[in-house]
Design a binder for this molecule. Structure first.
Ligand code: G6P
Length: 625
């Protein structure tokens, strides 16, 4: 977490830094700060809280031209070491205020470094791990900032993306990263640093992705690259063709509702080009009328050699882990292959049994989650092949995995993940179905029916979204409930997990998910008149079981909402309210049934007067453990 921005060029740096920080605010909003280097020397301004606090603080200075400078660095913080406060905000400086540093990540040996630096007479002002970096660079400074950074990073343990400037070495910014993201934007007569690409799109689409321990030295008219030992290296520029408008709010009140509404388009994006007329056939079905369709994952290199695997392991964190749970059900159902699902932060510290025949699927919207990357590296070490499902092109996960399947959801800005989740599901279903084909366990009929359903899903998602007022009204009635439980069976249980997470993340309502069969084994003790129970009922063979569960909670005075298919009247008598989604094969229902639950969480947050895009204590990208 934490967002970093840097600018060097011919324009006034401070407004560019502030604008960039606003684009990065989703990464952390405990505090913000900038350091600029101009005729007036090195000036640092920082403030606790949102970026607007910093803007207000420096408004007069900006207007008066006091902060005129054409280079600088900025930071928006998600606190790890030290409470959110002015003094703990970045940039941090050395004792004399000559060097300024912004940092994303955690310096794990900062306690030892601090003790060592104190022995050298350094007096610390903040409680952060970052301040040690500023002092360390200063201690190694011998007239060349690049060399000082090279020496300093040799002593750093942990993760870092750093941008460094010095009054004594003006006209260049040094940037370096290890396990925390950083991109360099190449402009004409100006260059940029940012934690992610959307923050740069207004200025340039030509970027360099820094790899671990690579250093970039930005001048106004060029960027030089070095390895961690300070030796010059060449890097290729990449061109980003994202739509800049996609990173803005497009008239929606919040990014989250915009992104919920983008799901029909995103689902089409994830499917597009992966369904094709079957080239192994004549292109005609038995009647010679319709072309036969097939899943084509050649694009990601998923061919018959992968079918030899006898186990799939899916690993992820947060919402992506919920996608993984659905993936398990899908792999078992469509490919008949044993599938284990692991939370990445658990997997990395277990002593897991894996073998080179396993296939690992690692899911991460950002492709930068620290625990997920660690699990991926362990999987690779075991000799297993790794497929990454990610949304961010050029992310660490994408670069290090054997195969990459992009979700193509477009930039996801709201902290609570929505369109990334449904597109992760689309990717998992495509792999599961294709696995079923390669393993010869999926009938042609079920494949054809599933492909047709996948193609219909985007339109069906649109129909659900047209009915969002129904959920909005329901949220208006129930948003103050102190407990909300989601329950379901099989795929519906996995959707319940994600629904409960959405609601707690952004509305701070105590919400839990239960496998409905577990209700009697404890959870029912919590049910009373202050409880709302949302029952997700799309597993047709289990409707009767679900109806019994709904009656059980109603008998204990809970309010009940059922989410089921539009052609099902089964629950009309037992539930207080029924929200209907279009019919699709039961196994594929999560891509639709989650949408009303996302909407419910969103409208509850709005009803409670909260900002759903910036939930307290959470960050979009968790790049530290
Ligand atoms: C954070 C975000 C979640 C996300 C999780 C995993 O906790 O707030 O929305 O699901 O990280 O992130 P990833 O980028 O790996 O999918």
């Amino acid at each position: 977490m934490c967002g970093i921005i840097g600018y060097i060029g011919g324009q006034d740096a401070a407004p560019i830094l502030l604008k960039g920080l606003k684009k990065l605010e989703y990464r952390g909003y405990d505090s913000a700060g900038i350091a600029i280097l101009g005729a007036g020397g090195l000036t640092v301004r920082k403030s606790r809280g949102a970026i607007k606090n910093l803007e207000e603080k420096i408004e007069a200075e900006l207007a008066g031209g006091v902060l005129a400078a054409s280079m600088g660095i900025g930071h928006t913080r998600w606190a790890t070491h030290g409470e959110p406060s002015d003094v703990n905000s970045h940039p941090h400086t050395d004792v004399s205020g000559t060097i300024a540093v912004v940092h994303n990540g955690i310096i794990e040996n900062h306690v030892r470094l601090k003790a060592w630096l104190q022995k050298h007479g350094v007096v610390f002002r903040s409680e952060t791990d970052t301040e040690a970096v500023a002092h360390l660079i200063d201690l190694h400074y011998n007239g060349d900032l690049l060399q000082a950074v090279v020496e300093a990073i040799k002593r750093l343990e942990g993760s870092y993306a750093l941008a460094v400037i010095s009054r004594d070495d003006p006209d260049r910014i040094i940037a370096v990263r290890k396990e925390s993201p950083l991109v360099i934007g190449k402009g004409g007569g100006e260059n940029f640093i940012a934690s992610d690409v959307p923050a740069l799109l207004e200025y340039t689409r030509d970027v360099y992705y820094l790899l671990d321990r690579e250093i970039a030295v930005l001048y106004r008219d060029k960027v030089e690259f070095y390895n961690g030992d300070g030796q010059s290296i060449e890097k290729n520029v990449a061109h980003v063709d994202w739509d800049a408008g996609a990173a803005e709010k497009d008239g929606y009140e919040h990014f989250m509702i915009k992104e919920i509404n983008e799901q029909p388009k995103a689902l089409t994006g994830a499917l597009r080009a992966r369904i094709q007329a079957d080239t192994t056939d004549t292109g005609q079905d038995a009647q010679g009328a319709m072309p036969v369709k097939a899943i084509n994952l050649q694009e990601i290199g998923f061919d018959s050699s992968w079918a030899k695997a006898n186990r799939v392991v899916i690993t992820a964190c947060g919402t992506a882990w919920h996608a993984a749970v659905i993936g398990k059900y899908a792999f078992e159902r469509y490919a008949r292959i044993g599938t284990d699902v692991d939370i990445a932060s658990e997997y990395r510290y277990r002593n897991p049994i894996s073998n080179p025949q396993d296939i690992f699927i690692i899911i991460s919207q950002s492709g930068e989650t620290a625990d997920t990357l660690a699990a991926m590296r362990m999987a690779k070490k075991s000799g297993a092949r790794v497929i990454a499902i990610t949304n961010v092109v050029g992310s660490t996960l994408a670069r290090e995995a054997d195969l990459v399947m992009y979700t193509w959801a477009g930039p996801e800005i709201a902290v609570a993940s929505t369109k990334a989740f449904t597109t992760q599901l689309m990717c998992l279903y495509l792999i599961a179905l294709q696995f079923g084909v390669l393993r010869d366990v999926l009938s042609g009929e079920e494949l054809a029916q599933s492909i047709k359903a996948l193609e219909d899903i985007s339109g069906q998602a649109e129909r659900i979204l047209k009915d969002k007022e129904t959920i909005q009204r329901f949220a208006a009635r129930h948003f103050s409930k102190s407990k909300v439980f989601f329950m379901g069976r099989l795929f519906d249980y996995a959707v319940s997990l994600e629904s409960a997470l959405k609601l707690k993340e952004i509305s701070y309502t105590h919400s839990e998910a239960f496998a409905a069969g577990e209700l009697k084994h404890g959870p029912i003790a919590l049910v009373d008149e202050s409880t709302l129970v949302v029952a997700i009922c799309t597993q047709t063979a289990l409707f009767e079981k679900m109806e019994s569960n709904i009656k059980e909670v109603k008998a204990r005075d809970a309010a009940t909402l059922v989410i089921t298919y539009e052609d099902v009247n089964y629950f009309d008598q037992s539930a207080d309210e029924v929200f209907r989604i279009p019919r699709l094969p039961d196994g594929l229902s999560p891509m639709l049934s989650i949408i009303p639950c996302q909407l419910y969480a969103y409208y509850c947050a709005v009803q409670r007067g909260l900002d759903p895009d910036k939930p307290r204590n959470l960050a979009k990208s968790v790049t530290v453990e």
